[in-house]
Design a protein around this ligand. Structure first.
Ligand code: G6P
Length: 482
């Protein structure tokens, strides 16, 4: 099981993720400062990290920044340094211009460059070495997400004594798409270095096992892959399973019940000109989110006069993301042209059809926006889970508000039949559903939201990390020849 730190010999729980849970800033004199960043993963892991005096290995987000490990909020943070060229090739290139589009159903075309792959391998090795240096004998190491899929195998080679878990936060694609990747076997073998591989949906886990069956010689049985030892005899077993992630539900519920946030929600509606219907979209500005499909459908609804343009508003928060990657720059151009066109057409003095906000906001403001929104639009073309949908539900203890949710999200697997489900590719169908959401009968609204809250409120992210670590530490330990 997971114990407390063993003093000088390392940490009994080590988390490895591309990003550290802090934002660094370097001032004009080169002095480095950091602030906590409020990401979802850190709220998931902070409790177990504090209980176990864990260490977190990750990148600072800045180029060439070398920093000694330091303590923050009861965790040891261990920065990994990336050069500007590694950021270009490993992060912007292989992670976000190869794997990200490939794993999201090739919505954008993945680029395959051997130099990017070389950098990905090199950087993964650096993360593995940093983790190996922090882990106590027999420690649990939990590796996260698509940027680090080679780390489990590299780490096992350095430290066969460790128990290694991996969680894939994004979809795992069908083998028919995955097999495009020139380095598909390396990725599968990299992941199979783990004892337990977690996915958002059962479908992602079975896509992975199918890829293993099709592209490697390892025998599989159900969700278990058997690895041979060095002599070709049966060795350890790797399990692939679904562990759908959640949010800090209590935090959003509390925030939305607070008088300050409730007052702010009223203020937001007033500032929007007290429309009859406020619709809301909240996304990283990413082509997987279906923002263009959503705006197109909304614009046509206004055009058709099916909802009254003078008394309806769409607030679209699109937080800046991966701005050095071409596909993201193109998306921004397209979205901003669409928004401008719609506002030109349907806006009036003192009223905009769309309020487009290219910013990110703290959780208090998000909770107020959720409370102010009659209809929440989550229309991803593909999405590992989509936590915005869960945040909206957690914020609506008033049982008001309607969630329109894409079938192509992990959340849809879990939450149906509470949301109004849409296929974002079917613009006419999505238009009908958005109109229906805007006019939904109050009793039906409450019935659906009550159902959604029953699903989400009991299932918070602390439970998620406990359940993953519980399964990982309960797996039979092997003869590790140390
Ligand atoms: C997704 C990924 C995360 C990533 C986040 C933000 O949620 O699953 O691994 O950290 O997007 O993207 P960024 O590239 O800014 O880290």
């Amino acid at each position: 099981s997971v114990h407390s730190s063993t003093g000088g010999q390392g940490y009994d729980l080590v988390v490895v993720a591309n990003r550290l849970p802090v934002d660094f800033s370097v001032d004009d004199d080169g002095a480095v400062d950091w602030q906590r960043s409020p990401g979802g993963l850190v709220s998931a892991l902070e409790p177990v990290m504090q209980e176990n005096e864990g260490a977190w290995v990750g990148w600072s987000g800045a180029p060439d920044l070398a920093h000694e490990p330091f303590e923050a909020d009861g965790m040891m943070l261990v920065p990994v340094t990336l050069s500007a060229s590694e950021i270009r090739k490993y992060y912007e290139g292989f992670s976000n211009d190869t794997l990200w589009p490939l794993y999201h159903d090739v919505i954008a075309p993945p680029a395959y460059h051997r130099q990017w792959w070389d950098a990905y391998r090199r950087v993964n090795q650096r993360f593995a070495e940093a983790a190996a240096a922090q882990a106590a004998p027999g420690a649990v190491v939990w590796v996260h997400d698509y940027q680090l899929q080679l780390v489990p195998k590299m780490l096992r080679e350095l430290r066969p004594d460790l128990r290694i878990g991996f969680f894939d936060h994004i979809p795992f694609p069908p083998v028919e798409l995955f097999q495009q990747l020139p380095w598909r076997r390396n990725i599968l073998e990299g992941l199979l270095g783990a004892d337990l591989i977690g996915f958002q949906r059962g479908g992602d886990a079975s896509n992975f096992v199918r890829a293993v069956r099709r592209l490697t010689d390892h025998p599989t049985r159900g969700s278990v892959v058997s690895m041979e030892d060095a002599d070709g005899n049966p060795g350890r077993r790797v399990r692939a399973a679904a562990f759908p992630i959640s949010i800090d539900t209590q935090r959003f519920d509390d925030l939305a019940r607070s008088p300050e946030v409730q007052a702010r929600a009223k203020e937001i509606r007033a500032d929007l000109g007290d429309p009859d219907v406020v619709m809301l979209g909240v996304d990283r500005l990413d082509y997987t989110k279906g923002i263009r499909h959503r705006i197109k459908a909304y614009g046509e609804i206004l055009q058709d006069g099916r909802i009254d343009a003078a008394h309806t508003t769409l607030v679209q928060v699109a937080s800046p993301s991966r701005e050095n990657v071409g596909a993201y720059q193109e998306l921004r151009e397209h979205v901003e042209i669409l928004v401008g066109r719609l506002n030109g057409e349907f806006g009036e003095i003192g009223h905009s059809a769309i309020h487009y906000l290219h910013h990110s906001y703290p959780p208090e403001e998000m909770a107020a926006l959720y409370l102010a929104a009659d209809v929440m639009l989550v229309t991803s073309l593909r999405d590992g889970m989509n936590l915005v949908a869960k945040e909206y539900i957690a914020a609506r203890s008033d049982l008001d508000g309607v969630l329109v949710l894409s079938e192509f999200t992990g959340a849809a697997d879990e939450l149906a039949p509470g949301p109004l489900l849409v296929n974002p590719h079917d613009i006419d169908g999505m238009k009908d559903t958005i109109v229906a959401a805007a006019h939904l009968d109050p009793k039906e609204k409450r019935r659906r939201m009550r159902r959604l809250r029953r699903k989400v409120m009991g299932d918070d992210v602390a439970k998620w990390s406990k359940s993953f670590l519980g399964v990982l530490t309960a797996m039979p330990s092997r003869d590790t020849h140390v």
